[in-house]
Structure formats: C-alpha cells, structure tokens
Design a protein around this ligand. Structure first.
Ligand SMILES: [Zn+2]
Length: 64
C-alpha cells in the first residue's frame, strides 16, 4: 500500500507569502525540489512550516 505523501504549508514570517508543499512521488524531480525549498521567492527569508488551516485541508480533500 503506497504511503500518502505529506502535504504541508510554508509561510514567510516576513512578507506573509505562503505556499502548499505537496510531494507527488517518492522520486523527487527538480520541480519537487523547488517546491521543497524553504526560501521565500519574494524576499529571500526562510519560510516556516505551519499546520494546514481548515480551508486548505478541505481544498486538498476535494482535489481528485
Ligand atoms: Zn517573504
């Protein structure tokens, strides 16, 4: 049985930028590595891993 990859959210404490990080497979491609980067694309600050909000959890559940 395949293990469902974890989904988490990265949030920038400086400018408020946030993104959902979802790893689609065990084999990381360059796109995944980019998604895993914790550097804020807006200001270069290190983003913090934060728990998903209710709305984000719903969005993920609704995704096919
Ligand atoms: Zn930022």
């Amino acid at each position: 049985m395949p293990i469902k990859p974890p989904i988490y959210k990265l949030s920038c404490p400086l400018c408020g930028y946030s993104k959902l990080v979802e790893i689609k497979s065990d084999l990381l491609c360059s796109e995944d590595l980019q998604a895993l980067s914790t550097t804020c694309p807006k200001c270069g600050e290190t983003m913090q891993r934060v728990p998903l909000g209710l709305i984000e959890q719903l969005i993920i559940k609704l995704k096919p």
